[in-house]
Design a protein around this ligand. Structure first.
Ligand SMILES: N[C@@H](CCC(=O)N[C@@H](CS)C(=O)NCC(=O)O)C(=O)O
Length: 204
């Protein structure tokens, strides 16, 4: 059994979407971030960074229990565990990893900055918020240009890159839908959101 420690956020849903798409049995443990449950000693013992998502895989490598945090690391771990969503062909695998990193280290963090600019930053001026929204949309345009050429980010098949991006899309749907362009991202999202595993993972 895999235990998923999560909350209703883009990073949390990246892990639950991957678990669902891989067809793995798991138990979701929801943490109340507003109450600081992610900073309690029981959870710090699982992820010293005190942030969701994290998993404990009772049947990890060597049959040993394995703790893992960071949504990107969880996605890659599950891809390797199941042999799904990471191509075996080295060139295709490299392309999938490039787009996985594009999404995980560029697009997703720029989405997070919108949250900080609107919820936590001392300066919540509309100009500041618009700056971070624009920055996110610019990052997404790189994905849009790639999706103009291939159905999915790394080619003809769904890979870890697509599964890492769909929770970000879902969280920023309203902004993306009212923004001109991004037609390829919107077409891609419709296909991704039609997948039962994505739907179940986003509902966690
Ligand atoms: N890079 C990490 C980010 C994890 C993260 O920031 N988690 C947020 C929720 S999306 C969290 O737990 N925030 C509460 C806190 O840091 O106290 C990942 O991808 O997993």
């Amino acid at each position: 059994m895999i235990h998923l420690y999560t909350a209703a956020t883009g990073n949390g849903r990246r892990a639950s979407v991957m678990l669902e798409e891989c067809g793995l049995a798991y138990q979701a443990h929801k943490l109340d971030l507003a109450k600081g449950e992610q900073k309690q000693p029981e959870f710090i013992a699982i992820n010293p960074a005190g942030a969701i998502p994290a998993i404990v895989d009772d049947a990890g490598p060597g049959g040993q229990p394995t703790k893992l945090a960071q949504s990107g690391a969880i996605v890659l771990y599950l891809a390797e565990k199941t042999g799904k969503f990471l191509p075996k062909d080295p060139a295709k695998k490299a392309e999938a990893l490039q787009w996985f990193m594009q999404v995980s280290t560029d697009v997703a963090p720029s989405s997070s900055t919108i949250f900080y600019a609107t919820a936590h930053a001392p300066d919540k001026t509309p100009a500041n918020q618009a700056f971070f929204e624009q920055r996110f949309l610019t990052m997404l345009k790189t994905c849009d240009a790639k999706l103009a050429k291939t159905p999915y980010l790394a080619g003809d098949e769904v890979t870890v890159a697509d599964l890492a991006l769909i929770p970000v899309y879902d969280a920023r749907k309203a902004l993306i839908e009212k923004s001109p362009g991004l037609e390829n991202v919107k077409r891609w999202a419709a296909a991704m959101l039609a997948r039962p595993g994505v739907q179940k993972g986003l509902a966690v």
